[in-house]
Design a protein around this ligand. Structure first.
Ligand code: NAP
Length: 521
């Protein structure tokens, strides 16, 4: 490994502060040390991205699609290096690293297919009506265009799918935006392997230098410099509420404010209704336990809050308690996340009226053990801090009357997901709750659990603040591309001045809206 930043097609040479990954399973400090870029190197990466933008945005959709597919293929050639280094850096098992890599290349190819189709551009044509009264109507045509260089912060909990060539990078590159990635200090080696694959693909496809760079270094230094740089036009982030908020505030305070798409904190409420609890409480407990403990609970969609109607809960709690007692702790992603998990669970149990159901197995250093807390709805409603995310395999069960549960749901902050378990009768009786959940969450799951986010055209992985910084967007699926575009209209433009997508002849044969009607090619 070279262990320096990727500045366009060159590697950083700065010998400044080195940062080492730590194997969370063993505590071993891993070699090599990764060098923070100098201020000049950060500036070079930004200038290269800015210089690449005019050329990159003008490439045909087919050329960008080819680039995306080549990145996917190059990542696949590195799979053994990815999982070998990745398991050591993150404590995640080989199967997870392989699965996440498959998801990462799958989403790159999905964005390539979106580019082939072309309808995502929302191309609209309205012909002129010179005879319209009282005013003539001009010829107006519009479509989405890329915003400019985008900074992407890698996530600690998804070393592949939300990192170097993950969803944020794929959606920005697809739209025509160059990307500068800020690597996460937890998995710098995986970052180097994936960045090298992206650079190989860029060179093979003849992309302008600067279409992609990757920088090591700290968030507060390198990350903030990037977010404040006038050439940067948008930011993608997954991580803590404090980190996301700091970036949002810095971006808003710039002379030219820019959007930050931060995915931050969500406790993903689950509600189980009385009739279904009477029918299959043990199976529901098993499903909830699997969702809670998957990946040692380190998913943004982890079910951190469960509402159970009073009087229907005993069989469910009995089964869940036995599962939790027998559950094994697991290695967490890094020491900081493990400590934050301990602090968060200690803070929850410190509330009067909260009791704890915990694993009987003692976690080793670096491990997190599954734990479930329980309180009544009155306690929950009186203590807003009980809604804070406990990032790990922990959840709070709240029991109460139907009115209390509805009030508690109404008191929640914005969420990525909300899940409802109910029979047809249960769901019919829960219309008021459903209306509340739709206002609170980006995705409503029926008779299922929130973990497992399909990468597809209709997926919404977003939600009102603080689950994300902008609830009008998603960070997963092809709708994620809209974050990095803006609409542009051409008025009375001669045919030869129009992008191909808006020409009368429709040379790219894409679906468009013409004079208010959707038209297939
Ligand atoms: P993080 O601390 O927010 O860090 C994520 C990235 O943002 C890192 O590159 C970090 O740089 C940078 N950063 C953080 N604070 C910053 C600031 N004030 N200014 C500029 N850059 C900043 O998240 P994390 O390391 O992944 O995990 C920490 C905690 O975040 C977890 O314990 C968990 O509570 C939460 N988390 C939540 C989710 C979720 O999906 N809900 C996912 C991951 C983490 P440095 O590495 O240099 O600090």
């Amino acid at each position: 490994m070279t262990a320096t930043s990727f500045i366009g097609y060159s590697r950083g040479v700065h010998n400044g502060p080195l940062s080492h990954a730590t194997n969370p399973a063993t505590g071993e400090v891993m070699e090599p040390g990764f060098a923070s870029p100098s201020a000049d190197e950060v500036e070079s990466a930004v200038q290269l991205a800015a210089a690449a933008f005019p050329a990159y945005r003008q490439l045909t959709a087919a050329t960008r699609a080819d680039f995306m597919r080549t990145i996917a293929s190059e990542i696949e050639t590195s799979i053994d290096a990815i999982w070998t280094r990745g398991t050591a850096e993150t404590g995640l098992p080989e199967a997870r690293l392989r699965g996440e890599t498959a998801r990462t290349v799958g989403q790159l190819r999905l964005f390539a297919a979106m580019l082939d189709d072309g309808s995502w551009l929302d191309a609209r044509i309205e012909h002129a009506q010179p005879d319209r009264t009282p005013l003539p109507k001009p010829d107006l045509r519009s479509m989405l265009r890329p915003v400019g260089p985008v900074v992407v912060f890698c996530a600690s909990n998804f070393p592949m799918a939300y990192s170097v060539a993950g969803g944020d990078t794929a959606s920005a590159l697809a739209t025509g935006c160059p990307v500068i990635v800020k690597a996460h200090s937890s998995h710098p080696g995986v970052a180097e392997i994936v960045a090298a694959a992206v650079i190989r693909a860029a060179q093979q496809c003849g992309m302008p230098e600067g279409v992609f760079s990757l920088l090591y270094g700290s968030g507060r230094d390198v990350g903030m410099t990037l977010v404040k740089h006038p050439q940067i036009k948008a930011v993608g982030f997954t991580g803590s509420r404090a980190g996301g908020r700091a970036l949002m505030d810095a971006a808003a305070a710039r002379p030219e404010p820019i959007p930050v798409y931060a995915e931050m904190s969500s406790i993903n409420p689950v509600v189980m209704l009385p009739e279904i609890l009477a029918e299959k409480a043990p199976a529901l407990a098993e499903g909830f336990f699997q969702s809670l403990t998957m990946g040692v609970g380190q998913f943004c969609t982890n079910p951190g809050l469960l509402f159970l109607p009073e009087g229907s809960e005993s069989a469910f709690l009995e089964k869940l308690t036995s599962l939790i007692h027998d559950a094994a702790p697991g290695v967490m992603l890094n020491a900081g996340i493990c400590q934050a998990y301990l602090d968060a669970t200690n803070a929850t149990v410190a509330h009067e009226g909260v009791e704890k159901i915990a694993s009987e197995k003692i976690p080793a250093p670096g491990q997190g053990a599954p734990v479930v807390f329980r309180c009544n709805a009155a306690t929950f409603l009186q203590n807003p801090t009980l809604t804070h995310e406990m990032f790990g395999p922990a959840s709070l069960i709240v029991t109460g009357t139907w009115e209390q549960i509805t009030a508690a749901a109404n008191s929640l902050e914005g969420q990525l997901t909300a899940s409802l378990h109910g029979t047809t009768n249960d769901l019919a009786a829960a219309a008021a709750l459903m209306e509340i959940l739709e206002r609170k969450a980006g995705r409503i799951v029926f008779n299922g659990f929130p973990t497992g986010v399909d990468v597809s055209h209709s997926m919404v992985h977003g939600g009102p603040y603080p689950s994300t910084s902008d609830g009008r967007s998603t960070s997963v699926g092809t709708m994620a591309a809209y974050r990095f575009c803006r609409p542009v209209a051409w008025q009375n433009a001669p045919q030869e001045q129009l992008p191909d997508e808006l020409k009368d002849a429709n040379p790219l044969r894409i679906a468009r809206m013409i004079d208010g009607k959707r038209c297939d090619p």
